[in-house]
Write a protein that binds this ligand. Structure first.
Ligand code: RTP
Ligand code: MG
Length: 148
């Protein structure tokens, strides 16, 4: 089953949006298989955003993502990587559609609430970086097993 790495950024945690964001992915039908509230060490932030090392905003990006706790998650489901990106909305909130997470809750590109892996390769890399093969669970979600 496809997995992706999603993370509520420090601005989302500060603004009490963890529940709202988790709720959107739960209601969509994806399955949460790992989660933790954590403060990202600088080295991990630099590695996570390594593709942007040469960009002018790199320093600001690392400072921001390490500025407070984040809520790191792994979700699974069919096409979860691309669908989560659609649910997040465009990187720059000026372009993100109403109804998307960034479209509803973010106003600036530097503080855009949520991170999501952008390809199967980055999902595997980021899950490895943040969960190191630990802390993920496997379980069935069949309501008929427990509702009655
Ligand atoms: P993310 O990696 O955080 O999920 O965001 P993304 O894929 O939608 O966007 P990406 O191109 O990977 O950029 C990573 C983060 O860098 C910040 N950024 N700032 N000042 C700027 O022009 C600028 N451009 C990008 C954003 O916070 C973006 O989420
Ligand atoms: Mg990205």
């Amino acid at each position: 089953m496809e997995k992706t790495f999603l993370m509520v950024k420090p601005d989302g945690v500060q603004r009490n949006l963890i529940g709202e964001i988790v709720s959107r992915f739960e209601k969509k039908g994806f399955q949460l298989v790992g989660a933790k509230l954590m403060q990202i060490p600088t080295e991990l932030a630099e590695e996570h955003y390594g593709e942007h090392k040469e960009r002018p905003f790199f320093g600001e990006l690392v400072d921001f993502i390490t500025s407070g706790p984040v809520f790191a998650m792994v979700w699974q489901g069919d096409n979860v990587i691309a669908t989560a990106r659609q649910m997040m909305g465009a990187t720059n909130p000026k372009d993100s559609a109403p109804g998307t997470i960034r479209g509803e809750y973010a106003a600036t590109v530097g503080k855009n609430i949520i991170h999501g892996s952008d390809s199967p390769e980055s999902a595997e890399r980021e899950i490895g970086l943040f969960f190191k093969g630990e802390g993920l669970v496997e379980y069935n979600k069949d309501a008929n097993n427990w509702v009655y």
